[in-house]
Design a protein around this ligand. Structure first.
Ligand code: HAM
Length: 405
């Protein structure tokens, strides 16, 4: 029997209710903050991700679903959403137009990682990208938005915060860090050896315990910020304090994608096992010019929907709509007409098999209908339909001409 691919899941209706509830809640909040929906293709040129996410990242180095298509184009299933949105922003000349452009999106992302709980090869993100605001207030807005979304879903979190510096302070810090890494000699792992040459700050979040012990004394990003970055970071912290959003400074938080500068943040949950990052984001002021657009400040984040699924507190289910049933064959036609009428404004589900009343009532419970509407011999004789309101526990015999009015 053919099975789905490893790390790629079906979302069946029960889970989909949660999924849909998440999308609806997050979209409502994004719209309240003035963001507009954007849809970009799942497939893009591989070069887009190489130039944005970065050749030194695990995502590009090891995890891309990359292939040559029939037209001999080197293409790739998107491993994340930011690159595609930035590409669209530049392609549609919004960078030239200037002003502020705020987008949200959701959809599948693909990374060829080793599947485990919370780590899939096809997973879904809800993401936000904001273009044109250089102010750290926009960074705070991003964090407030994630916090709002998680709060609305009843999900607790810890927020980790760091600043990665900018083109003024990052080069000197890099040099300092490389000198430190070199002082560790051969003791570092192969991955760090590679990172030292491509993107040295990535060594800081190396998962190898031996490396982590070595880097305890490494120079910290946060102690090497220029005046501008430092004062922005202070402002960010004070806004979060003002909004009672608790945070922890994590000096090793560098994020797994190369495009970030200045603010970087990650939301983690302590209730979902080792893959604990539920959202991540930050500022990426240089990315648009790296992709040949007009220099434009930008900031954004993405939430991993699968990791949130088991944490979402769903609202209590309310009974809604109609269940329609016939008690004998002749009643099916009027039942179909009645269902069609009801469906113009509400859910209306028809059971085609003639059944006893008790079975129809059970059917109404199964679909959580508010009304159980039945036609049997008695109702046929009286040209009526029997309707039970399962919330108010009332029963009414309604003449069909009234029901259709
Ligand atoms: P990211 O941290 O790579 O950032 O991914 C964001 C979230 O996607 C993670 O926090 C996690 O919840 C979820 N996620 C990542 N990989 C997997 C996986 N293999 N299985 C399940 N869930 C996963 C980005 O993708 C950036 N584009 C975020 C961003 C937007 N930064 C600025 N704008």
């Amino acid at each position: 029997m053919i099975q789905s691919l490893r790390g790629m899941n079906d979302i069946l209706s029960e889970d989909y209710e949660r999924f849909e509830y998440f999308i609806a809640t997050a979209s409502t909040i994004a719209k309240r903050y003035g963001f507009h929906y954007i849809e970009t293709p799942l497939l893009e040129e591989t070069a887009l991700f190489k130039r944005s996410v970065g050749e030194s990242s695990d995502i590009v180095g090891k995890e891309m679903y990359q292939f040559i298509d029939k037209g001999k184009n080197d293409v790739c299933l998107r491993p994340e959403g930011t690159a595609g949105v930035v590409r669209a922003f530049i392609q549609h000349k919004l960078d030239k137009k200037g002003g502020i452009h705020r987008f949200y999106y959701h959809g599948p992302m693909f990374r060829y990682e080793r599947p485990q709980k919370g780590r899939l090869r096809e997973f879904h993100q809800f993401g936000i990208e904001s273009f044109g605001v250089a102010s750290v207030y926009e960074d705070a807005l991003m964090i407030m938005m994630v916090s709002d979304i998680l709060k609305a879903l009843g999900i607790g979190y810890r927020l980790k915060l760091n600043s990665l510096g900018d083109q003024n302070c990052m080069p000197a810090y890099r040099e300092k860090l490389v000198r430190f890494i070199e002082s560790c000699g051969d003791a570092i792992c192969g991955d760090c050896e590679r990172r030292k040459l491509t993107n040295p700050i990535r060594v800081l979040d190396c998962k190898n315990e031996h490396c982590q012990n070595l880097y305890v004394n490494a120079p910290k990003l946060i102690d090497n910020l220029c005046e501008g970055c430092e004062s922005d970071f202070e402002t960010l912290k004070s806004i979060l304090d003002q909004h009672s959003i608790a945070y922890e400074i994590d000096t090793n938080l560098v994020r797994g994608l190369d495009y970030y500068s200045k603010t970087a943040f990650e939301f983690v949950s302590d209730n979902i096992g080792s893959q604990s990052a539920i959202a991540g984001g930050g500022r990426y002021d240089r990315l648009i010019e790296f992709l040949d657009g007009k220099p434009t400040p930008a900031v954004g984040f993405a939430l991993g929907i699968e990791r949130l699924m088991e944490l979402i507190v769903m609202p209590e289910k309310v009974r809604e709509g109609y269940y329609f049933g016939a008690m004998d064959e002749t009643a099916i036609k009027p039942i179909l007409l009645a269902a069609e009428k009801a469906r113009r404004s509400e859910k209306a589900v028809v059971e085609y098999k003639p059944r006893k009343l008790q079975d129809h009532l059970k059917g109404s419970d199964r679909i959580n209908a508010r009304y159980c509407a039945i036609i049997g011999e008695n109702e046929m004789n009286q040209n009526s339909i029997w309707v039970k309101d399962l919330v108010e526990k009332t029963e009414t015999l309604i003449p069909l001409n009234e029901f259709f009015a």
